[in-house]
Design a protein around this ligand. Sequence first.
Ligand code: UDP
Ligand code: MG
Length: 317
Amino acid sequence: MTPHRLSLAIPVYNEEAVIPELLRRLLPVLDALPGGPHEIVFANDGSRDGTLGVLTAAAEGDARIRVVSLTRNFGHQAALTAALDHTTGDAVLAMDADLQDSPEVLPTLMAKLDEGFDVVVVQRMKRKEPWWLRLGYHTAYRLIARMSAIPLTVDAGDFALMSRRVVDAMGSLPERERYLRGLRSWVGYRQTTVQVPREARAAGESKYSLGRLFSLALDGAFSFSIIPLRISAAFGFVAFTGALLFSLYAIYAKLVLGQSPQGFTALIVVLTFLVGVLLIALWIIGEYVGRIYFEVKRRPLYLVERLVGVDKPPRAH
Ligand code: UDP
Ligand code: MG
């Protein structure tokens, strides 16, 4: 195995319960890895519990551990971006703190890097979650992949090993709306997948509510394509053709069959249906307008409150 300097990028939000266990499993994996010095960059995403204290203590006891502490909770994707921005290694592993992603797969991923790949994405094979959540994830991944203009890896999250040039390329993309797994796919280079069963959370609770998951799914659909707009156009054409055919029939009914149009109920049904379609189309346009609104503000993705053990100058996004 080629010796690399590996960086781990880990966003954390209220994870004081899992960090000791995470380090207990992570550090031996790093110790066994050739190359180095490796580093672990934690982005503390405005945790309200003792997370920052636990991390600072760990960083003081181990020079490989670094902490980027944000001024408030900016959300998972922004926190992961912050962690990625402060990595210095020539290979970077993005992972969650909760041990749903086993650190023990690292050597397998590193071996892929040696084969010449720039991105090694970990695909989850089995989720230990209730069936309705699994069904939800399954459909969501496939729907988004369908609607997206770039090839998105299904059943994969942010857990991936990336080369330095990929991390730099992703960091140089200007958008505020960061759907990182999409950006990762967008940059290209040679990408591959490795299949690994997904573990259950080691401790604590998922920080993603159903609402947040939904909004992440919307990012996947809207940030990478204008296919939703095309779908609403298709609805428009269907409605238009339907109206045209019906008016032809109405003329025929009047002139040939001698009937005048009737049907109040049908009218209400058609009217409400069309208004519904219109409002949905309006929402789709609104999603894009809202995204443009946030992009043009050009606010920073996150603000750093404190750095521990980090000496890399921050990236200006
Ligand atoms: N996280 C974060 N900021 C947030 C929410 C989550 O930094 O606002 C971190 C969290 O600590 C964890 C990772 O992002 O390390 C993934 O979160 P979680 O495990 O709750 O998501 P799930 O695996 O349930 O999708
Ligand atoms: Mg998790």
